[in-house]
Ligand binder design. Sequence first.
Ligand code: AMP
Length: 216
Amino acid sequence: MNIILLGPPGAGKGTQARLLVEKRDMVQLSTGDMLRDARTSGTEMGKVVAEVMDKGHLVTDEIVIGLIREKLESGKAGGGYIFDGFPRTLAQADALGSLLSELGQKLDRVVEMQVDDEALVARITARSTCGNCGEVYNDNTKPIPADHVCSSCGKKAEFKRRADDNADSLKTRLLAYYKQTSPLIGYYYAKGRLTSIDGLASMAKVEASMAAALDA
Ligand code: AMP
């Protein structure tokens, strides 16, 4: 099954995607991760992307659609794709629909993770990830282990904070979400694909709501 995880930055899309990869053998396609890889590549495109991302703006549709096209055309779907952070505009949503149908596939479900802004700011400004496996930590709820051994991969790791996880960039990212991405909620509702869940519930509850949304 192919699904989209929709929600503002910090809603927990990445964390849920990682769980679905483990439990359902799905393939996570995160445009944010792809763009972070691109920016370390040293190419002209990487430099442009870095500047746009750090300010909290959206990268052009052309670039992200190109990245997704490449993955879909060369990739292995396993238990299906999880689109994480893509699409973020109506043009991207249309392009995804066309790409999937070109490949004889379809979109099964869009799960909107609802979280209020105050919680997002608190989550994002406190988050860091394991440089080895990407496990997400939070200064308040799940601090980095004192010995720097990641609880998920068991390796001694560097724990990284994202360059765009700061209050200024977050403001722009939230605005971009409400202006450019939230119209997708209506778009997928009208297509009968949307399920909304409470992204602020406990981890176990969010996981259960996600499972219920996918198995409905
Ligand atoms: P994320 O990791 O999903 O929070 O994305 C981090 C940043 O990458 C965003 O703030 C955007 O600058 C850029 N980005 C990620 N996905 C997209 C997308 N689908 N369209 C445009 N920009 C994106």
